[in-house]
Design a protein around this ligand. Structure first.
Ligand code: BG6
Length: 478
């Protein structure tokens, strides 16, 4: 629908930007930090682009004051970051490492002193290696108690200071990449193990949310889901059904559990038929029902266009992690769906489809199905950037991307969607897990290359100044 006039963004809208510990901090062995599964995984030859790792990353651990000063200059209202579990508990549990905890207390204090709302993610993929070694991490029910215990330490230490908490970042991604595609640690490729690990992650998510509410914590908590709304390629009923199936298996399979405490019927039935459904204990339903989030975090990058895929059709294909346009392979689930190119949208050099309208569609779907406020916890464009001799970065392509998506949010707000805020991915340039340092997302360019030999100096991109104006106008000129 087209509105004659668009609503204004709410006055207290959180104009923000985001990062994750492993991708920015560096200092991987400092101040008592333990080893995470990513610290180990990146050392296995061939796992990441050109063997890049987060040992130094963009050195945010030592430069956080400089980074927060840039946020202040830009006028940022919110900054989303994650805590490295291994800084708090080097071995996942046991004695608290005070120096590690202090880093986050200092960061939060620095943000608050600069009028920037901290949005804290409890888990952005860097599981303590000790828990992986001891009981296979997410593949054990034991993770629920350890994750809750870790979260409780942060709840107590930052009570009243942090008002927005994200429980798990992109459970759907770390589980599917970790246990099916084998591209993230622990590099398993087994659907049965994947769905079981996913079930324990659901329990851990619910337990932490329940703990937050039981402790009467001021503020709100919710998971961040990587949502790629599904489209059928055309109106062939087979393809429409394929899109419904993809929405069920790739989206409702997580969001329904977060919001309804139940898996979607058709998806669970299919997994049972295939013998890969998770074992669900009777008491699990109670916990899932008791761990309802206050908001849903959404990480939105692209939509997913599908057609029907016969039983002898394509399976998992290779992703483009090199930035060589067109190098990704076809991918699908035999008997259900396969992904195809959407002929109506452009693609990035990493083959990600650029579809601002898809964000509005996704926000509308969430609102209709779940009636919950949404915090957009990630959205952005990963591209090559060029530092000119004058030390400028003319990233007009990023400005176009963000402008289109902010406009789509404004339309969704006009449709009646309750959006709490918008965090771009990412604040500074950072390490892309599988794509190295050349795939850049930030408002702030960081001189860091694939050989990790850069000066680590920060330079403001054109998009930095553009977003500064957006914030000044509360988005209402878009
Ligand atoms: C999300 C993650 O999946 O997308 C981020 O939460 C990640 O950590 C971002 O960096 C962009 O993905 P990529 O693969 O381009 O780095």
């Amino acid at each position: 629908m087209e509105h004659k006039q668009l609503d204004q963004f709410p006055k207290d809208f959180l104009w923000g930007s985001a990062s994750a510990a492993y991708q920015v901090e560096g200092a991987w062995q400092e101040d008592g930090k333990g080893v995470s599964v990513w610290d180990e995984f990146v050392r296995i030859p061939g796992k990441t682009f050109k063997g890049t790792n987060g040992d130094v990353a963009v050195d945010h651990y030592h430069r956080y004051k400089e980074d927060v000063a840039l946020m202040k200059e830009q006028g940022l209202k919110a900054y989303r970051f994650s805590v490295a579990w291994t800084r708090i508990f080097p071995n996942g549990r046991g004695e608290i490492n005070q120096a590690g905890l202090q880093f986050y207390i200092d960061l939060v204090d620095e943000l608050i002193a600069n009028q920037i709302e901290p949005v804290l993610t409890l888990y952005h993929w860097d599981l303590p290696q000790a828990l992986q070694d001891e009981y296979q991490g997410w593949e054990s029910r034991k993770i629920v108690a350890d994750f809750t215990n870790y979260a409780q330490v942060l709840f107590e230490a930052l009570r009243g200071k942090v008002k927005y908490w994200v429980s798990l970042n992109e459970q759907n991604i770390f589980i599917s990449h970790g246990y099916l595609m084998a591209s993230h640690p622990p590099a398993v490729s087994d659907p049965k193990r994947m769905y079981q690990a996913n079930h324990y992650a659901n329990l851990a998510n619910a337990a932490v949310i329940k703990k937050f509410h039981d402790m009467d914590m001021p503020g709100k908590i919710g998971p961040s889901f990587a949502y790629s709304p599904n489209y059928p390629l055309d109106s062939d009923p087979q393809n429409v059904l394929a899109a419904e199936d993809s929405e069920d298996l790739n989206a409702h399979f997580w969001m329904d559990v977060y919001l309804f405490g139940k898996y979607p019927i058709a998806a669970l039935k299919l997994l049972k038929e295939q013998g890969v459904a998770p074992i669900i204990e009777p008491e699990d339903d109670e916990l899932l029902a008791a761990g309802k989030p206050d908001f849903l975090g959404i990480n939105y990058y692209q939509t997913n266009t599908v057609v029907f895929n016969p039983l002898d059709g394509v399976g998992l294909g290779r992703m483009n992690t090199t930035g060589e346009k067109g190098s990704s392979e076809e991918s699908g689930l035999p008997g259900v769906f396969k992904r195809v190119e959407n002929p109506f949208v452009e693609r990035t050099n990493w083959d990600w489809e650029i579809d601002p309208e898809g964000l509005r569609i996704g926000l509308r779907r969430i609102t209709s199905r779940y009636r919950i406020p949404v915090l957009i916890t990630e959205n952005g464009l990963g591209e090559y950037d060029k530092l000119t001799e004058a030390k400028e970065i003319h990233d007009d392509y990023r400005i176009d991307y963000l402008k289109g998506h902010i406009h789509a949010i404004r339309e969704a707000i006009t449709d009646g969607v309750d959006v709490l805020g918008y965090c771009t991915w990412s604040y500074t340039d950072l390490l892309s897990w599988l794509n190295g340092y050349q795939k850049r997302y930030g408002f702030v360019y960081v001189a860091q290359d694939e050989n990790q030999e850069g000066s680590l100096n920060r330079y403001k991109k054109d998009s930095f100044y553009w977003y500064q104006k957006v914030i000044q106008n509360n988005g209402n000129t878009i």
